[in-house]
Design a binder for this molecule. Structure first.
Ligand code: CTP
Length: 426
């Protein structure tokens, strides 16, 4: 399962051929959502072979998978034996994506069982392997399941943490299969990286995104134009590189990235609390973060007083002035504490003298890296693309030409991984 670039390109698709994806389907009710993932994969030019477990067909039948993929569907190793499918399918894949990965399937994969076509495929695949688990919270949190997940991750697989929310029946909690559109993004990004090692595997990253809102009264706030797109691109690319991701999101109207733990906040004060807690690892089992990236636009000021009821027009007296007080600077606080090996990455939104202002800000806020981009009404905010210069505390400067926000995100992670202290295991 550990990917090897040379092996993957030998065994997988020819250059320019449609990428070959094996879609492994486990016996969970969320199998119905995987039809949508399959449709997205085939419509975007992937060559998809669906390999369900026998029990998965109780949830979604063979004709659905066959019709949507345009290929025959088998679950056992005794069909079409002359083509040696139990070996070939895994050997020739560019990506194996398993969704929903049930507790049973994770256990069989972790223990190397080979009792059906899918587990045989997992043993013969040398390409990247992604598991998207879905199950009830108790099963997900059980130490046996967690140990199996840790084993699979240690062997190089990407295990996309399930989303939290409504489960089958009345319960809610972690265990939901993430949105098919977001799973598709994971597949697309992992394929785009080819056989490149998941260099953030075993790392915990914290990313802040969006723009804070500072309440004035029950209906009004001071806010900013940040859409959250850059922070979400950072979270998505980090998941595809194998990281555990905590995404502290302020007022973002975007779907949760698959695999990221999303903590929603509104104000700068709330963001400070959530970021510091996630950075320390106290709020989850993820341990102290290896890196904190402050991509959020945090309001520098907030109203000095919050009016408990809606502020009324004052007849003839004109508008009342709004007194402001300064918010804590979260990035400067992260940079100033002793953070023993934890990298701190900031963003700088500048309208003029980018490099000069950027260098000053990098030093003032004590960060290891600072992504400086030019902002204005029609630059950056809400756009899918971005251009930046990434300054390093070591004096380095990396120019990132205008391109998709995920390309900038990948450059940030490249610079981060080059600076992360070595660490054993995952
Ligand atoms: N930031 C923060 N807390 C604040 C303000 C900003 O953590 N109260 C972080 C942002 O998330 C970003 C970086 O600081 O990573 C730079 O933000 P920017 O608005 O460019 O800098 P300011 O400190 O506000 O400086 P100025 O507005 O004077 O340029």
């Amino acid at each position: 399962m550990t990917p090897g670039p040379a092996r993957a390109s030998e065994a997988g698709s020819e250059p320019n051929a449609a990428p070959r994806v094996v879609l492994g389907v486990g016996a969970g009710i969320a199998a119905y959502k995987v039809c949508e993932l399959l449709r997205r994969l085939t419509e975007s030019g992937h060559d998809v072979r669906v390999v369900p477990t026998a029990d998965a067909l109780r949830f979604v039948g063979e004709p659905t998978w066959a019709a949507l993929s345009g290929k025959p569907v088998a679950t056992g190793v005794w069909d079409a034996v002359s083509q040696v499918p139990h070996v070939r399918i895994g050997q020739t894949a560019d990506l194996v994506f398993v969704a929903p990965a049930t507790a049973d399937l994770l256990a069989r994969a972790a223990h190397g069982l080979a009792d059906d076509l899918l587990t045989n495929t997992l043993l013969t695949a040398r390409c990247p392997v992604v598991f998207a688990p879905a199950m009830h919270t108790e099963m997900w949190e059980h130490p046996a399941t967690q140990a199996n997940v840790a084993t699979l991750r240690a062997r190089g697989a990407i295990v996309v943490d399930p989303a939290s929310g409504r489960l089958t029946g009345r319960d809610t909690g972690p265990g939901r299969l993430p949105d098919p559109a977001e799973l598709f993004e994971v597949a697309r990004r992992v394929l785009a990286r080819g056989g490149v090692a998941r260099d953030l595997a075993g790392r915990h990253v914290v990313v802040s995104a969006g723009g804070t809102r500072e309440a004035l009264d029950p209906v009004r706030f001071l806010g900013n134009r940040s859409s959250g797109l850059q922070g979400y691109a950072l979270a998505r690319t980090a998941v595809a590189r194998g990281a555990r991701v905590t995404l502290v999101a302020a007022n973002v109207a975007l779907p949760d990235p698959a695999g990221a733990r999303v903590v929603a906040v509104e104000s700068a004060e709330q963001m400070r609390g959530a970021v510091l807690e996630a950075a320390s690892g106290k709020d989850s089992g993820d341990g102290p973060a290896d890196v904190v990236v402050m991509a959020a636009a945090v309001a520098d000021f907030r109203p000095a007083a919050y009016a408990g009821s809606k502020i009324k027009k004052r007849d003839g007296a004109g508008p009342a002035p709004i007194a402001l007080v300064q918010n804590p600077d979260i990035l400067a606080e992260l940079g100033a504490r002793p953070h023993g090996g934890q990298l701190v990455v900031g963003f700088a939104a500048e309208t003029d003298d980018l490099l000069e202002n950027g260098r000053r800000k990098l030093a003032r806020k004590g960060c290891d890296l600072l992504v400086v981009n030019q902002v204005g009404a029609d630059l950056t905010f809400g756009r899918p693309d971005n251009a930046a210069v990434v300054l390093g505390a070591d004096g380095s400067s990396t120019e990132v030409p205008r391109g998709p926000k995920e390309a900038l995100a990948d450059t940030v992670w490249d610079l981060v991984t080059a600076r992360l202290p070595e660490r054993g295991g995952s």
